[in-house]
Design a binder for this molecule. Structure first.
Ligand code: CMP
Length: 139
């Protein structure tokens, strides 16, 4: 068993499709062991995406991620990071496989509905950025 960190992004909360995304998560045998609906501050979003600070899309990304509610989640299961990346699909929905969250729901490469950690080490960092261990309930 391992964990990954997920964000359901503003394009999805605005369209009221968070339940559909959670169904796809649960259908893939991942368990949502923590989740909360929050509004990211500019500082919180910039800290989360610090690795992308020099990218041309950084400012647009921060504006988008602070434009509405997000749902931050901890997902648990076998090979959680890899499993979630598989069901999310490619970052750009044009390249995402049929049956993935981004193929079904994403609008474009930025408004791509979900974020998932890219490694176990980053999953731990990202989970700790939003959750206290006491908020993660796995039984
Ligand atoms: P995410 O997996 O959360 O990681 C960085 C985010 O930046 C990405 O999803 C998209 O929402 C956004 N983004 C916007 N443009 C690009 C791009 N050209 N390449 C990658 N990510 C992008």
């Amino acid at each position: 068993m391992s964990r990954t960190f997920s964000i359901i992004k503003p394009d999805a909360t605005k369209r009221n499709i968070t339940g559909s995304i959670n169904n796809m998560i649960e259908d893939s045998n991942l368990i949502i062991v923590a989740q909360k609906r929050i509004k990211l501050s500019k500082e919180k979003a910039e800290g989360f995406y610090a690795v992308h600070r020099d990218k041309p899309f950084f400012n647009d990304l921060i504006e988008y991620m602070t434009s509405g509610a997000v749902i931050v989640q901890v997902l648990q299961g076998e090979n959680a990071v890899e499993n979630y990346r598989k069901i999310m699909g490619a970052t750009n929905p044009d390249n995402a496989e049929e049956g993935t969250i981004r193929k079904k729901h994403a609008l474009n490469i930025q408004e791509n509905s979900v974020h998932g950690s890219d490694s176990d080490a980053n999953a731990e960092i990202e989970i700790n950025y939003f959750f206290d261990e006491s908020e993660i309930i796995n039984n």
